[in-house]
Design a protein around this ligand. Structure first.
Ligand code: DAH
Length: 341
């Protein structure tokens, strides 16, 4: 058999092997079988030394032609396999553009946050600044500077968590009053929202951690009348223009005189209903004119300056506004509950 025939045979069996190879691995096996170091074509090249010198160029040409022919077949087959694989992959990963898009789940503001933003909006509208104080506070600021000396029974009423003898988790936002007054920038018109702590058992109306919003105004000639006007305005903005306010005498160590404020029930308009427990009124906050002792301890001359203060429970406002009957719901963070507001 002459060389030409032999090469044709090799090319033909290469074609068959390549056709049979249905994966890149099999195709590579075919390549090695014909073009590899021990491949059939390589064997022929090795036997060139037995070819007579005058025939060598011709035979060499034939071998090269066979080689490039086989390479071409391999390359074509490789392309075909790749295209088929891609096709297969695209079929598997097909995207149905008519399907509804996945919506990113947006968070939701907590009822406390909504209520706080409402209160802030009202007071900022009246020219108040919003400030913050530390949750871990000196007993000095939480009590002493607010006219609650050591061993005063009012300390027991606001039993809280002590870090050591002189540092505690604040039981009220009132210490922010002392901190702002001490800075000595007058006049003052501020509200201070924040978390407070008490050693209370959890029930429908109590939690060891809740929120208050403190208010403080200090200027020349501030009177109880300013306090009444301000809080009346606040109550109307928060609960509706028909809302009436009632100031009941009370005692707080840091204000004198002091009062608790009730608003007319916004459910029944004051006639008495289940919501206001038949009284027509709902208690919302404590307030008063700042005690001269407090002013003095915070470096302000009570002969020159006077002021008023108030403290609102944020949860109380949120519970009232959204008619929630159990405070614990505010802390459970059940998305089905929170989504309603
Ligand atoms: N800090 C008081 C409390 O937690 C609330 C309060 C009452 C704040 C009267 C005041 C105020 O600023 O004047 O019970």
């Amino acid at each position: 058999m002459d060389m030409k025939e032999k090469l044709q045979q090799i090319a033909e069996s290469a074609r068959q092997s390549i056709e049979k190879a249905q994966s890149p691995e099999k195709l590579n096996d075919a390549r090695l079988m014909f073009l590899g170091k021990k491949g059939e074509l390589t064997q022929i090249l090795k036997s060139m030394k037995d070819v007579s010198p005058e025939d060598r160029p011709k035979v060499g040409q034939l071998v090269n032609d066979a080689r490039s022919h086989i390479e071409k077949m391999l390359e074509e087959s490789r392309k075909k396999l790749e295209a088929a694989a891609l096709e297969e992959k695209m079929k598997r990963e097909v995207i149905d553009v008519t399907l509804p898009a996945k919506k990113a789940k947006l968070g939701h503001r907590h009822p406390n946050t909504i209520a706080l933003e409402e209160v802030e909006r009202i007071f900022v509208g009246m020219g108040y600044e919003v400030v913050e104080g530390p949750e871990v506070e000196y007993a000095d600021y939480n009590f002493t500077k607010l006219n609650i000396p050591e061993d005063h029974p009012a300390r027991d009423e606001q039993d809280t968590f002590f870090i050591n003898d002189s540092i505690l988790l604040r039981s009220q936002t009132s210490p922010v009053q002392a901190r702002v007054m001490e800075q000595g920038k007058l006049p003052i018109r501020m509200i201070a929202p924040g978390r407070v702590f008490r050693s209370d058992e959890v029930d429908a109306t109590h939690s060891p951690s809740f929120h208050q919003i403190e208010g403080l105004v200090i200027d020349k000639n501030i009177t109880f009348a300013d306090l009444k006007g301000t809080l009346q305005e606040f109550a109307k903005e928060l609960f509706g223009p028909e809302t009436k306010t009632k100031f009941r005498p009370h005692h707080f160590p840091f204000t004198e005189p002091s009062a608790e404020v009730d608003v007319s029930c916004f459910k029944c308009g004051g006639k008495g209903c289940r919501f206001c427990k038949g009284s027509g009124w709902i208690e919302i906050l404590g307030c008063g004119t700042v005690h001269p002792n407090v002013l003095r301890m915070c470096g302000i001359d009570p002969e020159e300056y006077t002021g008023f203060a108030f403290g609102v429970g944020l949860e109380r406002i949120a519970l009232l506004k959204y008619e929630i009957d159990d405070m614990r719901l505010l802390y459970e963070n059940d998305i089905r509950f929170l989504k309603q507001f």
